[in-house]
Design a protein around this ligand. Structure first.
Ligand SMILES: *Cc1c(COP(=O)(O)O)cnc(C)c1O
Length: 335
């Protein structure tokens, strides 16, 4: 199955008026900090608080009317998107997640009427459970990232970015399974081949980065991170997202937990925006000074705003927070 720009335009037509045209806003603070124009693509303004609704809607729209229901594994936001899209069509949704998924995300999915199963300590174990339920109950499985329809849906962000700012030079994309990066890079670079698309992951357990370095999909140990939405493997049997990321990403940058913390604080105190760790990794990469310099404007995708709020508030207040075995040291913003 090959994926083309036409599939992404087709997805855009399906999303119109429901999950499209999120704001693209300047960040004066980040621009001043890094000395170049930085724009924020606010996928946090989606109805589910994350971009995953795009891919989920595009995938669910393809199902036949007599489909018995859908299942997926998720680090939280894909499950929310699938639950939302399934509810809109009156379909049963079974969402499988690991114990690493924050409670706020689990509650958000239950509130949409989906059946939630917590299984194992890793995204890979949740994926196995989703596969098992798909086979046992005749449900259609929707991969969070390795599905042509999902990738095309996420790619509509690339169309919107290029339509709004054809002069963009670089797009920073939070990177986990690579559905978002694959779709955005395919759309944006089909329109503007010289555009740079850079994936950003957390340094702790970045499966796509390790796989790209190895030249084939590899397994990594999943670890607690502020960017919990970026956890999990890419599947050793990866069919689409790995090859697309390998062909279309210029670079992948890894950021530390402290850099993610500082970027979440900047988005909150300067841009006045709530993001989860995964949504702030683009800003973290910019603030790290490790990105290759860019002359023209840079866009970073704020992919989600569904953090655990108690932890978020503590982090903003400069308190230490514990995530599993990991302690993130507190830092008061501006000090
Ligand atoms: C899923 C997700 C990502 C990464 O998307 P992939 O397609 O898996 O690379 C980034 N940010 C947030 C908030 C997400 O939920």
């Amino acid at each position: 199955m090959t994926l083309t720009l036409a599939d992404i335009f087709e997805a855009a037509r399906r999303l119109r008026g429901v999950a499209d045209n999120t704001p693209l806003v300047p960040s004066p603070a980040l621009s001043a900090r890094v000395g170049q124009e930085v724009l924020l693509k606010l996928e946090i303004a989606q109805p589910i608080g994350a971009f995953k609704l795009r891919g989920a809607l595009n995938a669910v729209a393809a199902l036949p009317a007599d489909c018995p229901g859908v299942t997926c594994c998720s680090t939280g936001n894909h499950g929310r998107g699938v639950a939302w899209a399934a509810a809109q069509r009156g379909l049963r949704a079974v969402i499988c997640m690991s114990a690493l998924v924050p409670e706020a995300k689990v509650a958000g999915i239950r509130a949409l009427g989906a059946e939630v199963f917590i299984h194992g300590r890793s995204q890979d174990e949740a994926m196995a459970e989703s596969r098992r339920r798909a086979a046992a109950e005749g449900l259609v499985e929707i991969s969070p990232f390795d599905d042509a329809r999902v990738i095309a849906g996420q790619g509509t962000i690339g169309l919107e970015l290029m339509a709004a700012r054809p002069d963009l030079e670089t797009i920073l994309v939070p990177l986990s399974g690579g559905g978002l990066a694959a779709g955005v890079a395919l759309a944006a670079r089909s329109i503007k081949p010289q555009l740079r698309v850079i994936g950003v992951s957390m340094a702790r357990g970045a499966a796509m980065a390790a796989s790209l370095a190895a030249g084939h999909p590899v397994e990594v140990t999943e670890q607690a991170s502020l960017a919990d939405s970026l956890g999990g493997g890419i599947g050793l049997d990866n069919r689409l997202s790995f090859a697309l990321c390998r062909a279309l990403l210029d670079d992948v940058l890894l950021v530390t937990e402290e850099e993610i913390r500082d970027a979440m604080q900047l988005h909150f105190f300067e841009d006045r925006l709530v993001t989860e760790g995964a949504g702030a990794v683009g800003a973290a990469a910019l603030m790290s000074g490790r990105l290759p310099p860019s002359q023209g404007p840079v866009a970073t995708i704020l992919t989600g705003r569904n953090p655990d709020m108690a932890g978020f508030l503590a982090l903003m207040a400069g308190e230490d927070i514990a995530l599993g075995d990991l302690i993130i040291r507190g830092k008061t913003y501006g000090t």
